[in-house]
Ligand binder design. Structure first.
Ligand SMILES: Cc1cc2nc3c(=O)[nH]c(=O)nc-3n(C[C@H](O)[C@H](O)[C@H](O)COP(=O)(O)OP(=O)(O)OC[C@H]3O[C@@H](n4cnc5c(N)ncnc54)[C@H](O)[C@@H]3O)c2cc1C
Length: 388
């Protein structure tokens, strides 16, 4: 199905087997704030590396998987079957970075990240600027051989496990005054402090704290690309990550479709399996149908990227993939909870966990509303026939 090559099928099978190894740890993680013992997490990460599922998006020449976009989707789809972010150990480091990294940055940041020795996080969003990235007020000011960074960043995912952050701010002074700059900041660094660590809907060991940067001094050698380039990296990352979000949503929905089918076969009410009830059948059928549509779309969009589609077309298609797959997965999760009845409301049940966890897929990396506006803008500019 889906015209996958032998190589695609092999990496898909490895990723599926890996996800199946992690699933038995989910309930323990759920009941302990998302945490598993450090040696268990280390073993999971080592296993991801061993199976070739780590840094699949990074160039083979740098030690990464060098996988096609479709293969990256296949891996992240399986990752999406696992709750509590346990499969985030199959990480995808910033694939846009090698092209702009200096030799120093390659050695200090890129290569150790591809080897799984260092981990990054992203400090872009602020209290007053999420969807509108250009609304950030954090500042970057040149000071001799350094830059001074100031600002407060929200929702900094994985800050608690990362050892460097991509910080985005607006330049103050100089030729590029008011434009964006991105810098890599080692964690910890003097002046970088956690303001607070809010609780979120999901139960992950990865926190999303509010982080203050106060007169943080960073060597100019940590500037990514050139002054004024900051926004282009953010857009490149969004394109990639929207596709990966879509892929993980396929996986979440696949897991649920399998679980609700099994439950509908077994669970009997008044002596009859609920799978024979029309109301339940409608929910089962709608879920699989929508999953099939979403998967076909996501795979096709990934193939377009591999074939070198125009970047604006890629941008619109990644938005369509994220929009449709995340909304589809949300509907499937809602139905799954309903089909499981009271069990679907218990944290030990995968439908309950995915119902909560999948909600953010419609928010981060650009909300559904933002995806719709990107798609509609491209339709108006280029016409729908080029885009789909
Ligand atoms: C769990 C989690 C982890 C995150 N991790 C990170 C991270 O690691 N690094 C990081 O930098 N950020 C991160 N984010 C931030 C995330 O990217 C933003 O929350 C998201 O982009 C939305 O921004 P916002 O929260 O400011 O909402 P707002 O932009 O304030 O949006 C509020 C509402 O207005 C709507 N809206 C906004 N603009 C438009 C528009 N143009 N048209 C129509 N409707 C619109 C939105 O859809 C939404 O419904 C994370 C968020 C969460 C929840």
């Amino acid at each position: 199905m889906y015209g996958l090559s032998e190589e695609d099928l092999r990496i898909q099978a490895r990723a599926r087997a890996f996800a199946d190894e992690l699933i038995p740890f989910e309930v323990e993680a759920e009941h302990s704030g998302g945490e598993l013992p450090a040696d268990v997490v280390a073993a999971h990460k080592a296993r991801a590396i061993e199976l070739g599922l780590f840094a699949t998006n990074m160039p083979a020449g740098l030690g990464g998987g060098g996988c096609t976009s479709l293969q990256q989707v296949l891996v992240q789809e399986q990752v999406g079957r696992v709750t509590n972010a346990l499969a985030w150990v199959a990480a995808t480091p910033p694939s846009w970075l090698p092209a702009v990294a200096t030799p120093y940055q390659l050695e200090k940041f890129v290569l150790p990240t591809v080897r799984g020795e260092r981990e990054e996080c992203y400090a872009i969003t602020e209290e007053g600027a999420g969807s509108d990235v250009d609304g950030i007020v954090a500042t970057v000011r040149r000071d001799g051989d350094d830059y001074l960074l100031n600002g407060e960043k929200w929702h900094v995912t994985s800050y608690n496990s990362a050892d460097y952050a991509f910080f985005q701010g607006k330049l103050v002074g100089g030729e590029h005054d008011g434009e964006h700059a991105m810098l890599m900041v080692d964690i910890p660094s003097p002046g970088v402090t956690v303001v607070r660590t809010p609780a979120y809907t999901h139960t992950f060991s990865h926190h999303h704290p509010v982080v203050a940067f106060t007169d943080v001094r960073v060597p100019a050698t940590h500037l990514v690309g050139a002054e004024g380039d900051g926004m282009s990296f953010a857009y490149e990352w969004f394109r990639f990550e929207r596709m990966m979000v879509a892929a993980r949503c396929l996986g979440g929905a696949q897991r649920l479709v399998e679980e609700i089918t099994a439950f509908a076969r077994e669970r009997a009410v008044q002596g009859k399996p609920i799978g024979q009830l029309g109301a339940i059948q409608a929910m089962l059928a709608d879920s699989l149908t929508e999953l099939f549509a979403a998967r076909s779309m996501v795979y096709e969009a990934a193939r377009g990227i591999d074939a070198g589609a125009d970047v604006k077309v890629q941008h619109a298609q990644c938005s369509m993939a994220k929009l449709y797959a995340s909304e589809m997965a949300g509907r499937v999760a809602d139905r799954a909870v309903q089909i499981f009845g009271g069990r679907g409301y218990m944290r030990e049940n995968v439908a309950e966990r995915l119902f909560r966890e999948l909600r953010v897929e419609r928010i981060w990396e650009g909300t559904s509303e933002v995806q719709r506006s990107i798609i509609a803008d491209q339709m108006i500019k280029r016409g729908p026939r080029l885009l789909a």
